[in-house]
Ligand binder design. Sequence first.
Ligand code: ARG
Length: 584
Amino acid sequence: MTSVTSLTDQVQQRLANALSATRPEADADPLLRRSDRADFQANGILALAKKAKSNPRELATQVVGNIVTGDVIKDVEVSGPGFLNITVSDKAITENLAARHADTERLGVPHKDTPGVTVVDYAQPNVAKEMHVGHLRSAVIGDALRAMLDFTGEKTIGRHHIGDWGTQFGMLIQYLFEHPGELAPPEDVDGEQAMSNLNRVYKASRAVFDADEEFKERARKRVVALQSGDKETLELWQQFVDESKVYFNSVFEKLDMEVRDEEIVGESAYNEGMPETARLLEEMGVAVRSEGALVVFFDEIRGKDDQPVPLIVQKADGGFGYAASDLTAIRNRVFDLHATTLLYVVDVRQSLHFKMVFETARRAGWLTEHVTAHNMGYGTVLGADGKPFKTREGETVRLEDLLDEAVQRAAEVVREKAQDLTEGEIQERAAQVGIGAVKYADLSTSPNRDYKFDLDQMVSLNGDTSVYLQYAYARIQSILRKAGETKPAAHPELELAPAERALGLHLDAFGDTVFEAAAEYAPHKLAAYLYQLASLYTSFYDKCPVLKAETPAQVENRLFLCDLTARTLHQGMALLGIRTPERL
Ligand code: ARG
């Protein structure tokens, strides 16, 4: 496990040295980027020349004179008004990649120097309710962000803030109290049965609730009993939670996502702490009484008629809601879990709620400059018509139906291409391809944007899809199998073809990309990287024969590029929560 410094960083370092050797007083930044003209282009000279009031081209020439060449940097030339075009040596590329290849666990990617603790709030469905396409995004994005952060060395703690508390449970519990046995014990049902039981109880209780005033009153009393912790009421409530968990877990399993039971910490978990949260806020004067309710006002947040919109910590009837549980959760996450970052992967439509909650916590001193709170507010999933995704009947789409359909479509694609796969293998691949397709379509767009849910496009073999990446991976595996006894081996003495260099430099940038994507909470940057990797591999494969290369050393070196590409694809896809089958 030795970490490898990327060529980008190595070049950056050499340039920084040359800049400060040329103008020691100016603290200049080399501003390096990948370029088509050479391997890298540096354009920090222009700013430096401006500061030093000197001619940029002349200054550039001086900097060139101070750059150490010969090992990593093969060639550097002044271009345009004062850019530097930098070419790295073939040997440096192959040696760096060889060092990555030797690290079987992390491809040479280092761990952060100072990891923090990020509590990731994601995949938060609601008890006794069907999961819909909105819950898909939180689960998929949260899972990927978490894996990416973990990979950088950050410590992450998951929190599935499920909706398992509130007045809506009064009706359900009262109904179950009057019709015991309507929910089966969790061990006797699968996910589908659990949800159908819950739906049945919900519909039946709703019908009585709407028709029978006396039941309504009993349901109201039940809410009070629940909030005051009445034992029998809590037991009935627990049945709803347990039945729902069977259902959630079946969906998460379908999504090929690990959800740990100890991280399912729903709204109810903060119930006990809520009165204290309210008391503290009131004592500090952060929250004030207004018409009986305990609220927090914000100057800058106003609604219709320019009226201030307050955050309601406690309702006039004494009840606590969504805000109180989130505020109590912050106290827990900061003081007990010692979080340095609070990340919420929640629909952008809740961004005002989080803005108010964070501001309140700041005023209370629970959020300080040592803790960052961020709502990764994601956009809406749209149907083919560009409107929020609905069934033909105008209902919200059940997440399970959607996943099942994706797997079914994937099965068609896999079957068509399958040569030596058994039916069992086809089904297994179909799940990996179908679920991968759904995840990738979500993750390859910037999270804050809406995207269209288009299954045809998602499972297409051409274009920016996970299937395309999975095929690239499987094709490499097949080449490695065909190579038989010839094993991948790096040969730094060999000259590289342009397509090999392009692929090699991109492979070398994997760690930098993961770090950037994790820091910016931008899984789409990793997805874009992987797509480009597969494209560069395809051009390499078209232009450079692997098994029929000219010399045995070249065969080994190209196999080595193939192998490192496969491992990078595998690692990158794993961070996005997507499988890479060995054969497709
Ligand atoms: N259960 C909520 C919903 O379905 C999302 C919870 C988000 N997390 C939070 N800490 N408020 O809308």
